[in-house]
Design a protein around this ligand. Structure first.
Ligand SMILES: C[S@@+](CC[C@H](N)C(=O)[O-])C[C@H]1O[C@@H](n2cnc3c(N)ncnc32)[C@H](O)[C@@H]1O
Length: 204
């Protein structure tokens, strides 16, 4: 995850706090004439999502989301918008564990609409629940699952990512696919273990 610095600017020092709910805060900062949004959660300045990730989502997901989709981790809703913009997608269910994130995301929704991105619609359902618990509880099957509930890939997060991927594979319809967000700043040691998790024959 990028640390929120752009051209010598830092989002929480040089940007504006535009929405807040409980422990979730969204800042807007203008860099090179572009408006960027940053989501931090909790005490201190822990960055969980930023709007520049749109291009990463396009690169990583292009052509893959289809049919009925599930997403774990709402954040700023950037990936949600991308998934909903894919022509083969019927609907999207997003599971977000933090109620403050859902509320703050709803507050910035009109601001993001102004960018011409696809708006949230009746094809999008957001549930406040823990992702793993939802996946083991639901009877629903999905064509595509996107897991994006971690802020880095390392020895601490890989076990959770593996558990999530295992639970998600059980929910797939025939021909379905599970994809996890790949952090391009991941250290080399964790790259292969990460991608192995999403292979069909991976066992925990
Ligand atoms: C990296 S952000 C997601 C970014 C998002 N895809 C976007 O487009 O902005 C991760 C999100 O996952 C949520 N999260 C963390 N653990 C979770 C869990 N176990 N179940 C569901 N959501 C979780 C966090 O609260 C956070 O909002």
């Amino acid at each position: 995850m990028n640390d929120g610095r752009q051209d010598g600017l830092i989002y929480f020092r040089d940007g504006d706090l535009i929405a807040e709910s409980g422990e979730a805060r969204v800042y807007r900062m203008i860099t090179n004439g572009n408006e960027e949004l940053f989501l931090e959660i909790g005490q201190g300045h822990t960055l969980w999502a930023h709007s520049m990730e749109w291009e990463d989502y396009v690169f990583q997901l292009k052509g893959r989301p289809h049919g009925e989709c599930l997403e774990i981790g709402l954040g700023l809703g950037v990936a949600s918008r991308y998934i909903l913009s894919c022509p083969k997608v019927e609907n999207l269910t997003t599971i977000e564990v933090n109620k403050d994130v859902i509320e703050v995301q709803a507050k910035i929704n009109p601001i993001e609409d102004k960018w011409g991105m696809i708006s949230f619609s009746d094809r999008h359902t957001i549930y406040n629940a823990e992702g793993l618990a939802y996946m083991y509880a639901t009877k629903k099957k999905y064509d595509f699952v996107f897991i994006d509930c971690y802020d880095r890939i390392d020895e601490e997060t890989l076990p959770l990512i593996a558990d999530m991927a295992f639970a998600a594979k059980r929910l797939l319809k025939e021909g379905g696919e599970v994809v996890g967000w790949f952090d391009k700043f991941t250290t080399e040691d964790f790259v292969t273990p990460f991608f192995n998790i999403f292979k069909d024959d991976f066992v925990i």
